[in-house]
Design a protein around this ligand. Structure first.
Ligand code: DNO
Length: 348
């Protein structure tokens, strides 16, 4: 595996020199953040990201994300124009040596939580999702942590309205349309698209979600068999869905050669509904068996990129929720250990 770390570009408060000190870290996962979905990225911005990382011995082979515009997801009249921009962005990152692009196809919202600073018994804080709190949210007057600044209330409402007539089937068709329209660029530059699962993996506010479980991935790989059509195995996102058997999915899709990127983190189920808290990476802290997942990946020949996912805020850090330095660095140490053990066991 190639261990990588998410870096939010020049504005990230965590210096690249610190990342360079993380054992076994090969590169950053980054993106051009100051442009809107549907726009063609500035080559200067991308070049700067690569040069900054390289100055600290870090590669830039993974992009997370080139955002897919709502027009593409909705299938509006503007979608072909936005797909053309996406194709240009793929060609651009391909020329800069990018091998893997993580993206999602979740309408309107990316990941959703109800608490960005959930207080844990050990005095750390982390992201959490409470079904009870979520049920109290009025979709017409949305105030959600992390999303309040993303859209004005009017923009949000008009987007929610636009999706009212989009069924799961239609959203899926729009995803297939999108992937078929970029396939030739993926082939030309040998770029693997790694779709990120829905987080959490179920519909929210009546919006359809179509990348939540094994049946969804099977359908997607069947519809677009191209080998560049792959997935990000995000253990925390899929793991929030209690019906998802993550070690099984890891083994199955690694064997099929579809896992290009893994986001490794643990979640702790906190009630009998859907609620969960993001805990430290270790198996003992949460509801997922992290070693079983890594072993399944290793035994099935996985050789892709891996990053620690959301960390808690620990050691007094007040980092970007999910993306502080310390707990993710501990996650790296743990992930290195899991892979070392799984690889050693495999050889025996
Ligand atoms: C959350 C991330 C996601 C991911 C996107 C990919 O922390 O894993 O926001 O980057 O869904 O497009």
């Amino acid at each position: 595996m190639k261990l990588v770390f998410r870096w939010f570009g020049p504005k990230d408060s965590i210096p690249l020199s610190y990342l360079h000190e993380i054992p076994n870290l090969s590169g950053v996962v980054t993106a051009v953040y100051d442009q809107k979905p549907g726009e063609v990225w500035s080559e200067d911005s991308l070049c700067r990201l690569k040069e900054m990382a390289a100055a600290h011995g870090l590669a830039m082979e993974v992009i997370e994300s080139i955002p897919v515009s709502e027009d593409i997801k909705l299938g509006t009249a503007k979608r072909d124009e936005h797909i053309e921009a996406f194709r240009k962005n793929l060609a651009l990152v391909g020329r800069y040596g990018v091998k893997c692009v993580c993206y999602n196809f979740m309408p309107v919202f990316d990941w959703l939580r109800t608490d960005m600073h959930h207080q844990n018994p050990d005095e750390s804080n982390s992201l959490a999702y409470s079904r009870d709190d979520f049920d109290k949210v009025d979709p017409h007057h949305l105030h959600l942590p992390g999303w309040d600044e993303s859209y004005s209330p009017e923009e949000l409402q008009s987007l929610l309205n636009a999706y009212q007539n989009v069924s799961h089937e239609e959203l899926f068709d729009h995803l297939v349309y999108f992937l078929k329209a970029i396939e030739d660029v993926l082939d030309q530059y040998d770029i693997n698209m790694a779709i990120h699962p829905d987080d959490p993996p179920w519909d929210v506010f009546g919006l359809p979600r179509i990348v939540s479980n094994e049946a969804d991935f099977d359908r997607l790989f069947k519809a677009v068999p191209n080998r560049h059509n792959g997935m990000t195995l995000c253990t925390g996102s899929l793991g929030a869905g209690r019906c998802n058997d993550i070690p099984h999915m890891a083994a199955k899709y690694a064997k099929e050669g579809r896992i290009y990127f893994a986001h490794l983190r643990n979640v702790l189920y906190t009630d009998n509904r859907d609620s969960f808290v993001e805990v430290g990476h270790d198996t003992k802290l949460g509801s997922l068996n992290m070693y079983a997942i890594v072993k399944a990946l290793v035994d099935s020949g996985f050789d892709g990129y891996v990053r620690p996912d959301h960390g808690r805020n620990i050691f007094g850090e007040n980092g970007k929720p999910g993306y502080g330095l310390y707990d993710r660095a501990l996650g790296c140490a743990y992930i290195n250990g899991l892979f070392e053990a799984a690889e050693a066991e495999k050889k025996d």
